[in-house]
Ligand binder design. Structure first.
Ligand code: HEM
Ligand SMILES: O=C1CCNc2c1cnc1ccccc21
Length: 290
């Protein structure tokens, strides 16, 4: 059965907006991280990795239990580099001890996306910390060296359509790969901390060359110093994915709308929120200044 969401008792929009603001202010303060990219992309990746372990076949893994806090999950080689996001969130967890880890990890991704000018992401609390025994085993996160068919099959576990898969991968407009984390390198040139549809524009506009990188892994590089993972490139090799890449390259609003829906589905997979009221939509820092 799905996990039943149980919101932190007595906590409402204002309480979670305070957590949002603490994360958002820390993002602004610590802007020098990773060559002035900042922590935003890393926090978004964490929110995806804690959710991407979900398996609809036995409802194991997923964001509900906050089990990333245990070494068993945090030390998954696929999570290399996310220690930065975890360290960033430690003082936030101490300042707001009432928030569950699952809610904190997902709210941090929502905060980062909105503060990087992404779409408003409706978010619901109610994830409840589980035990270490409930932490999923390593190996549930995807392998970047594969092609489009692998990506379609991989996301089939969450019940995602082709359109949802392409929209979700648009998050690769943010940040960069780091050789010491994943064995892929770059791009500094296109690494951004602003949420746009440029991942799709890059895919279609650059001429990509498959090259071996310094770790001996193959990746696609362009003469502008941009890069794509083989799984990224799979989105234009596969005709059914490609039409969505073209749609989003042309229409950023459509991308924002579809990303928002797919990202909420990713973060909420395996959880029954029906007992809760409607989702919260947080104000950005800029919206609160004025
Ligand atoms: C086929 C599925 C996917 C694969 C194989 C994949 C693989 C990767 C790899 C290898 C990196 C580089 C990590 C590093 O070296 O630091 C990365 C970074 C990133 N991924 Fe993905 N990813 C996938 C899907 C997603 C999804 C669904 C999201 C979010 C919705 C996402 C968000 C990010 C972000 C924001 C970064 C940049 C992190 C940073 O700059 O620190 N990825 N991904
Ligand atoms: O085209 C880009 C923009 C900068 N970031 C990425 C791109 C492509 N693939 C990526 C894959 C993982 C992380 C960041 C990126």
């Amino acid at each position: 059965a799905l996990h039943l969401a149980q919101a932190e008792d007595g906590k409402g929009l204002d309480d979670f907006q305070k957590v949002y603001n603490a994360i958002a202010e820390k993002l602004r303060d610590e802007d020098e991280f990773d060559g002035y990219i900042g922590y935003g992309p890393n926090l978004v990746r964490l929110s995806w990795h804690v959710s991407g372990t979900f398996d609809k076949n036995d409802n194991s893994g997923g964001s509900f239990g906050g089990t990333y806090r245990f070494k068993k999950e945090a030390d998954d080689p696929a999570n290399k580099g996310l220690q930065n996001a975890a360290r960033f969130l430690e003082p936030i967890a101490k300042k707001f001890p009432w928030i569950s880890h699952g809610d904190l990890y997902t709210l941090a991704g929502v905060t980062a996306l909105q503060e990087m000018q992404g779409p408003k992401i409706p978010w619901r609390p109610g994830r409840v910390d589980a035990d270490e025994k409930d932490a999923p085993e390593n190996g549930r996160l995807p392998d970047a060296s594969k092609d489009g068919n692998y990506v379609r099959h991989y996301f089939g576990r969450f019940g995602f359509s082709d359109q949802e898969i392409v929209a979700l991968l648009g998050a690769h407009c943010l940040g960069k790969t780091h050789l010491e984390n994943s064995g892929y390198e770059g791009p500094w040139g296109a690494a951004t901390n602003t949420f746009t549809n440029e991942f799709f524009v890059n895919l279609l506009n650059e001429n990509w060359k498959l090259e071996k990188n310094d770790a001996g892994n193959e990746q696609y590089n362009s003469n502008k110093g941009y890069m794509m993972l083989p799984t990224d490139y799979g989105l234009i090799q596969d005709g059914k994915f490609k039409k969505y890449v073209e749609k989003y390259a042309k229409d950023q609003d459509a991308f924002f709308e579809d990303f928002k829906s797919a990202y909420v589905k990713l973060l909420e997979n395996g959880i029954d929120f029906s007992k809760l009221g409607k989702a919260y939509v947080f104000k950005t820092l800029d919206e609160q200044d004025s």
